[in-house]
Design a protein around this ligand. Sequence first.
Ligand code: MTE
Ligand code: MO
Length: 224
Amino acid sequence: MADDDVTLYGGLKDKLVDSKQKWAEEGRLLTGKTAPPSERLPPGQRQVETWPVLDLGIKPEIPIHAWRLFVDGEVEAPVTLKWDEFRALPRTALMTDIHCVTAWSRYDNKWEGVTARALIALVKPKASAQHVIFHSYDTYKTNVPLADFAAEDVMLAWSWNGEPIGREHGGPLRVVIPKLYFWKSAKWIKRIEFSVFDKPGFWETRGYHNYGDPWREQRYDEED
Ligand SMILES: Nc1nc2c(c(=O)[nH]1)N[C@H]1C(S)=C(S)[C@@H](COP(=O)(O)O)O[C@H]1N2
Ligand SMILES: [Mo]
């Protein structure tokens, strides 16, 4: 099994998880405002020039020979892709903004990779598929409605601003969903599961909003 070659460096940062859970309980950073999507900076966010690193503390090292992407669940044509097979899919480059729930936004990130739409065309979700669940090599999980995964600006990206995405930012391959808070953009993606049912992930079961629209400031689960 290729998994034997994946090394998980570090360990779950319990203190970080505890404090982020506390933020959710306290409703920290909430401004109570909404903004139209035509406004570039969502409420309560500030623009940064750097690209902060946020994760659970577990950083997987996935050698290219051991890398697999499983795309399965409620689809007509499930696939398991090796790196070369993934890289042979039609490729796209896109410039999008990042909005993290911890209140930083980073404009104009140039991603290269495969669009969610290209992947959807490959596996053909059944009409019964309504949700997409991301499973990552570090055990992280997160969930989005299929309609949001199918948005035109959603990517499975291997490159950022012309460079391969480094391990700290989720390389070799990560999800990028610009219109939702960045915790929905799974790093080190391993499995994309199409599902009839919703399956709240790591942060969604720890006080964070199930949907996470930055313009409606859906940081935590007491908002709708
Ligand atoms: N696999 C995985 N993906 C993840 C996370 C994680 O811990 N593991 N953290 C999420 C959170 S909370 C954020 S804000 C972004 C951070 O991405 P970055 O470190 O590249 O800025 O990744 C998201 N995707
Ligand atoms: Mo985050």
